[in-house]
Design a protein around this ligand. Sequence first.
Ligand SMILES: Cc1ncc(C[n+]2csc(CCOP(=O)(O)OP(=O)(O)O)c2C)c(N)n1
Ligand SMILES: [Mg+2]
Length: 133
Amino acid sequence: MNQKKYLLTLFARNKKAIIIGSLGTISKDLPDDKRVIKVKGAMGCAIGVGLGYALGTKKKVIVVIGDGAFLMKMGSMATILAHKPKNLRVIILNNDCYASTGGQKINFYALRALSGKSNHRICGAEIKRVSQS
Ligand SMILES: Cc1ncc(C[n+]2csc(CCOP(=O)(O)OP(=O)(O)O)c2C)c(N)n1
Ligand SMILES: [Mg+2]
């Protein structure tokens, strides 16, 4: 699915949620809005920011992170699994590359292979396949 279309639909369907967006294409594709927080620059830190928000609010919190940024800070998922906040979702947008910096290939596919036949979840995070075009 087209990433921008997916993000706009996610935003529209979760009217009360706080959306934490990762850097690069995701920050560009998300709308500017008071319930959208864009974690620009700090690659992978959207996961930790989302955990902090989820622990401090009763609102639903949705982290949207690229596969490259997820790989950089996937250790944060251990902290999330330790706290298990029920109001937190982490969604990985999987395009198998660093689209924001020129499309360099990454090895997320090797991690995705561990998630079994369904290919939908890894370490408690949801995986959504996207394309930029
Ligand atoms: C520590 C660090 N290394 C490198 C960068 C440069 N950088 C910015 S965005 C990006 C790629 C992000 O890839 P991904 O999370 O998969 O998102 P996509 O661009 O594919 O949407 C990189 C390498 C950075 N911001 N911080
Ligand atoms: Mg990517």
